[in-house]
Design a protein around this ligand. Sequence first.
Ligand code: ATP
Length: 537
Amino acid sequence: NDEQFKNVISHAKEYGFVFQSSEIYDGLSAVYDYGQLGAELKNNIKTYWWKAMVQMHENIVGIDSAIFMHPKVWKASGHVDGFNDPMIDNKDSKKRYRADQLLENKIDELYSELANFSEANQAQFEKFQQGILALSDEEQAAWIIGFKNETEILDPSKHPFVEETSWRFVRKGLALEVEMNLALKAENLSQLKDLIVDYKVICPISKTSNWTDVRQFNLMFSTQFGAMADGSEEVYLRPETAQGIFVNFLNVQKTGRMKIPFGIAQIGKAFRNEVIARQFIMRMREFEQMEMQFFVRPGEDKKWFEYWKEARLKWHKALGTPPEKYRYHDHVKLAHYANAATDIEFEFPFGFKEVEGIHSRTDFDLSQHQEYSGKKMQYFDSDLDENGKPYGNYVPYVIETSIGLDRMFLLTMINALEEEDLSTAEKQDSRTLLRLHPALAPIKAAIFPLTKKDGLPEKAREIMDSLKLDFNCMYEEKDAIGKRYRRQDAIGTPFCITVDHQTLEDNTVTIRHRDTMEQQRIEIKDLHFTIDSKVSW
Ligand code: ATP
C-alpha cells in the first residue's frame, strides 16, 4: 500500500498534476501547487460538485465570499478560543507532535498487537471498545477511577465488556485515551501533561526522550490588516468557508427570495496551521473546501441530516468508485454545537480516512452571530404548522456538508491509477492507466496526425479547431503512435483521434477508446457526438 501511495505521488508530479510549492527553494511544508493537468482535474471535480449541489437543486444557490472576514466572526464562531491542537515538542529530536496524535498512534499500535490475538478475543475487544464509546463522560471518568484502583466499579451486568480482565494493557491505552480526551475538552493542560507522563510508561518512543509541556496551539493564520502599523488590526485567514455563508445568510435569503428549506453553497480556499501536516495533499496548510449549509425549520433537522448523509454518499459513488471503499463514521462524541455528525470515509492506502463531514449544527452559528453582531438572524416562515398557525420568526437550524477538494482529488487519483498487465504468450507488456471518469479527465481528446507530412498535420489541426471550443483537446505529433497512446492513457484521456492518409480521401479517422484500447473508424462529423456522449455529466 505504501508502494501504491508512492506511485500516485510520483505519477502526480511526473505528469504535471501536483508539484511541491516553491520546489526550487526545497519546497514549503504541506503546501502544494496544481500543475497543468491537476488544475483541469480539480476544476472538473468542482464542476461535478457545483452541478450536483447548485444546478440540480432549485433551492440551493452558490456564493463566493472573501477569505478575509471581520475578526469578530472568529470570536463568534468559537475559532479564536477553541480551534486549537495540543502540541508537544521533543527537546532531543526537536520534533513537534500533536499530543492527541501521539496517543492515536499508540492506539494504532495496540490495535496491531491485537491482530495477533485470536478472533474470539478480537470480537470481545471490539465489544469492549464500543462499550467504552457509548459511555457518558461521567461514566468514563468513573470507570477510569475504578480502573486506577484496580477495582471494577461499574455494574458488569450493565456493561458486559468490563467482565473481561485480561486486557489490562489495552485498557490502559484506552483509559489514557479517554482521560486525555476529557482533559483536552476541559482544557486542563496540567492534567494533560501528567497524562502524557503516564503515557510515556506505555509508549516506548517517549521513554528515553525529553518532552516539553503540552501547549495549546491555535490553527488559524493571522496577519496585519491595513498598511499603518498603529492603525492595523489582526485578521485571520479563514480556516473554513462556512462562516462566509453564515454571515451572508440574510443577504442571500432576502435578495434571492429563498424559502426554507434552502441551501447556500461555496467553493474556496481555507487555511490551517496544522501542527503536523503529512500524507501529501491529504493534510495541507492551504487547501480548498466545498461546503453547503442547508437552512431548515427547527425540528426538521434530523430528517434533513439523514437526507444529506445519503445524498452525499450517492454523489461519491456515482463516480464509479467501488462502494466497499466508502463507509460512514458516525460521531459518538459530538462537538458542543452539533446534535448529529458523520464522516464519509474513503479507504486510502493508509487506511479509512475522512473525506467529507456532514454535521447537524443546530442554530449555534446563526445564534452566535446574532449575539456578537447585534443583528437579527431570523427568518419569517409564513407556512402554517399542524395547528394552522404560521411558524413565524425563528433562527433556522443548519445541516452542513463539507468536503475537502484536495482530498477528493487525491482519492480520485488513487482510484484511477493502475498498472494494467497486457502480456500475451509471446511477450510481456503493461501500460500505466489513469482510469478517470471521462467527465473528470483533464483532456477529453488527443488528436494525432499519423505522420508529420502530406498535409496530415493540417487536417489534424482542422479537427482540433472544430472540437476545442467544447472539449479540452491536445494536439501531438511527436513519437510513434503507440507511444503517444500510452502517454494519453497515463493522463486519463478517454479518446485518441488519429488522422491518416485515408482521412484525406474519405473524411474518416481512427478513434481509440482508453479503457478497451479498441479502435474504430468513424466519420469526422460524428466525432463531436461520440465524445460528448461520454464526457458530459
Ligand atoms: P481532520 O479531522 O482530518 O483534521 P476536520 O474534521 O478538521 O478534518 P473539517 O473541519 O470537518 O475537517 O473540514 C471538512 C473537510 O475539509 C474535511 O473532511 C477534509 O476533507 C477537509 N480538510 C480539513 N482539513 C484539511 C487539511 N488540512 N488539508 C486538506 N483538507 C482538509
